[in-house]
Design a protein around this ligand. Sequence first.
Ligand code: FPP
Length: 242
Amino acid sequence: MQHLAVIMDGNGRWAQKRHLPRLMGHRAGADALDRTMHWCKEAGIKYLTVYAFSTENWKRSEDEVSGLMKLLSHFIKSKEKELVENGVAFRVIGRRTDLSEKLQKEIAALEEKTKGGDFTLIVALSYGGRDEIVRAAERLFEKWRRGNMPRREDQVLTRQDAASPIDEQTFASCLDTAGIPDPDLIIRTSGELRLSNFLLWQAAYAEFYFTDVLWPDFDKAEFDKAIASFSKRDRRMGGRGK
Ligand code: FPP
C-alpha cells in the first residue's frame, strides 16, 4: 500500500465522554495523528492524507473553529524540525484562501522547507471534494483561456468523443492532489459510514475500513487490523482479477 487516507472522526465524542471541552478531543486527535504517521512510516506507506477541517466545519462554533486553527498553527510551528529530520514532506489540500493570511504563510513556508521528503503528510484543510473538483475545472478553464492546453492534433485520440483535449489525467493534474497517487485505503473512525465529501475523485477505487473506535483512541492494534483487512481484499479495479 502506497497511500492511506483517514477521516479522523469522533474527537468531540471522545471529549464529551470525559466531560472535557471539545478542543481537548482535537488535541488528543493531533497526538493520534502523530502516532499514526509513525506506524505508516514503519509499514512502508509513502503518503498519509488526513481530513482535518472540511468546508462544512466553518459552521461550528467560533470557539471550536478558532481553537482548531490555533492547533493547526501550533502543529506547523512545533513540528518543523521533526518533519525535516525525519524526511516528511508536508502538504495541504483544500481551499487555503479561506484560512488566515498568517496560517497560509506558515503552511507555504513549511511546504517549502519539507519539500523532497520521502514520506508525505497531506492535511486536508477547508477541504471539500466537490469544491476541489470545481476549483480543478476553474484551473483547467484558465489553462485553456491562456492557450496552455494541448492542441487536438497532438492528442492520441482513443475515445469516440475524443475531440476534447481533456482526459482524466489532464483533469487530475488540476486537482490539489496533483502528483499524489490515489489512496489505496480510506479509514473512518467513530462508526460513521460516510465519505463526507472527502477525496471524491481520488476515492474511485479505494478500499474502505470503518471502525467504531473514536479517533483519539485509534491505536496500533486498530491500525494493524485495518492493514490486515486491506491486504485480504481482492482489488480488481474494474478488471477480472487474478
Ligand atoms: C472530527 O471529529 C474531527 C475534526 C473535525 C478535526 C480533526 C482535527 C484534528 C485531529 C486536529 C489535528 C490535526 C492536525 C493536522 C494537527 P468531530 O469533532 O466531528 O467529533 P464528533 O463527531 O465526535 O463530534
